[in-house]
Design a protein around this ligand. Structure first.
Ligand code: DC
Length: 225
């Protein structure tokens, strides 16, 4: 039986990647790696330090020697940058847009590519992102492409923002999501796209538990090979 697999989960925003990846990792006893959080950190730093999203060199500097720590405590998974807890700050809508913009810069992608490969190299990981199955781990043992209708994705994203205390309308959320997905899919470097050998899961009408059990079935089949 194969152990310590590398599992890639890609897809657009609001497709349910985060919750299902986290639960899948938990059920397998694997580490969960949210690669979008890395781009969000660079987006947050660029925003706060007024580094333009076109300033390739300035953004590359932000990627250097990030004092990053992913910790798990009773309040959940937290992300620390030095001593600062940035778990909530990186989820702000402005940071979502900044993350999408900085992620189009080759210098940022290259720096974070190295980091992501280091984080996943020992296997036993579920990595969630946009280009995991195509670029970061093209030889991943299992690849999923998680999708859902734009309306459903917008609704989920809006609910998520409301839970975080962000006041916004469903229309604005849908607009921002469409803008971000278009930018993520049309950029020249490592755009969001389904790897040819990825298993497509449409979560539009599925509950989280149903998605996770589908993913587990596919992983179990690969483990037996
Ligand atoms: O998954 P997320 O919404 O937290 O990601 C934020 C942004 O980061 C997303 O708009 C595109 C970018 N991203 C990327 O380009 N490649 C990844 N592997 C993950 C995220």
């Amino acid at each position: 039986m194969k152990t310590a697999l590398v599992i890639a989960i890609d897809g657009p925003s609001g497709a349910g990647k985060s919750s299902s990846s986290r639960q899948l990792a938990e059920r397998l006893g694997y580490r969960y790696i949210d690669t979008g959080a890395l781009y969000r950190i660079i987006g947050l730093l660029a925003w706060e330090r007024h580094v333009s999203t076109d300033d390739s060199e300035g953004l590359a500097v932000l990627c250097r020697d990030l004092p990053l720590r992913f910790v798990s405590d009773p309040s959940g998974a937290r992300i620390l940058l030095g001593e600062r807890d940035i778990t909530t700050a990186i989820r702000q809508p402005e940071v979502s847009q900044m993350a999408s913009k900085v992620s189009a810069q080759p210098a940022v992608r290259q720096a974070l590519l190295i980091l992501q490969r280091q984080m996943g190299q020992d296997g036993g990981v579920v990595l969630e992102g946009r280009d995991i199955g195509t670029v970061v781990f093209p030889d991943a043992d299992v690849k999923f492409f998680l999708d859902a209708s734009p309306e459903e994705r917008g609704r989920r994203r809006h609910d998520e923002l409301q839970q975080q205390g962000v006041t916004t309308t469903l229309e604005a959320t849908l607009r921002e999501m469409a803008e971000r997905d278009q930018r993520d899919s049309e950029r020249a470097h490592a755009p969001l796209r389904r790897a040819e050998d990825a298993i497509v899961v449409d979560s539009t009408t599925l509950a989280l538990e149903e998605v996770v059990s589908l993913l587990l079935q596919h992983v179990a089949a690969v483990r037996k090979c």
